[in-house]
Design a protein around this ligand. Structure first.
Ligand SMILES: Nc1ncnc2c1ncn2[C@@H]1O[C@H](COP(=O)(O)OP(=O)(O)OP(=O)(O)O)[C@@H](O)[C@H]1O
Ligand SMILES: [Mg+2]
Length: 271
């Protein structure tokens, strides 16, 4: 990774997609799910993707994560053109450059936290695996739970193990598809605090799918998808600090995200 430190907007984006489409062939029918998406995400950004169910968020995340190829368009990940790579090449780039966090944690049931986090390092043939896994678990506040199985951890803690597993390879970007979706609000806040800290202190580029406008307001930039297109792309002027602000009523929350997304938060424009 050759980028300079800091949240520069100049230079090369970590993620650069251009006119991506995704079409599924369903028997005779063609189902177009992504309709020409272009998006640049720079080092240190913390971005959330929102949009109604079926709008293409997970499809887009799978392409960003090199789990799936677009039907057309280009994708440069950390400067490398991945849109024409073979499955083997994709698997390699995925292991090196991407950290995934899923809604349902995707942990191995009978594996202790420390081993769980070591796993991605095995594929890369990395040395000092145990020490690095321990460091990653310490970074998410789980240095005291190394020997625990998933069943011996709370939901929030399990998700933190998954985050440790995602960061242990020092990926260029973390992709998280509704990582707080299965958590109660306290554990959700805990997990948001971790993501925010990793983003702010280690400048880890993070892309987040969420249905929750309150969660989205903790990130720096919000993309709205509708029918496979980006219909809004806004900076969040003053991202909230996880665990500090009170969650407002649902109406206020939606109002806030509406303003932030469509009007950049300045009141005059919609009064
Ligand atoms: N493998 C597939 N084959 C055919 N159609 C698919 C496939 N995967 C997704 N789709 C369709 O693509 C559309 C977008 O799906 P996607 O999972 O990306 O939505 P989403 O925005 O993540 O929704 P949600 O918020 O419910 O998770 C849906 O209409 C879905 O039925
Ligand atoms: Mg989805």
């Amino acid at each position: 990774m050759s980028q300079a430190n800091g949240k520069q907007q100049a230079g090369k984006p970590v993620i650069d997609i251009r006119k991506i489409t995704k079409v599924y062939q369903m028997g005779e029918m063609k189902l177009t799910v992504l309709r020409g998406i272009s998006l640049q995400i720079y080092k240190g950004e913390f971005l959330s993707i929102m949009g109604p169910s079926g709008s293409g968020k997970s499809t887009l995340m799978n392409i960003l994560g090199a789990l799936d190829q677009p039907t057309s368009g280009e994708y440069y990940l950390d400067g490398v053109d991945v849109s024409k790579m073979s499955d083997n090449e994709l698997a390699r780039i995925r292991n090196k450059k991407i950290g995934f966090v899923f809604q349902n944690f995707n942990l191995l049931k009978r594996t202790e936290a420390l081993r769980q986090v070591e796993l991605p390092l095995l594929y890369g043939g990395v040395r000092n695996r145990t020490a690095r896994a321990r460091q990653a678990l310490e970074a998410v506040g789980l240095g005291h739970r190394l020997d625990h199985l998933p069943s011996e951890l709370s939901g929030g803690q399990q998700q933190r193990v998954a985050i440790a597993r995602a960061i242990v390879t020092q990926p260029a970007v973390i992709l998280a598809d509704e990582p707080t979706g299965n958590l109660d609000s306290r554990s959700g806040t805990e997990v948001m605090q971790i993501f925010q800290r990793l983003n702010r202190e280690k400048n880890i580029t993070t892309v987040f799918v969420t249905h929750d406008p309150w969660i989205a307001r903790h990130t720096n930039r919000v993309i709205m998808l509708r029918d496979g297109k980006i219909v809004a792309d806004q900076r969040v002027k003053q991202p909230l600090n996880a665990g500090e602000a009170e969650r407002p009523s649902e109406a206020e929350e939606l109002q806030g995200i509406f303003e932030a997304t469509y009007f950049g938060g300045s009141k005059e424009e919609y009064n």
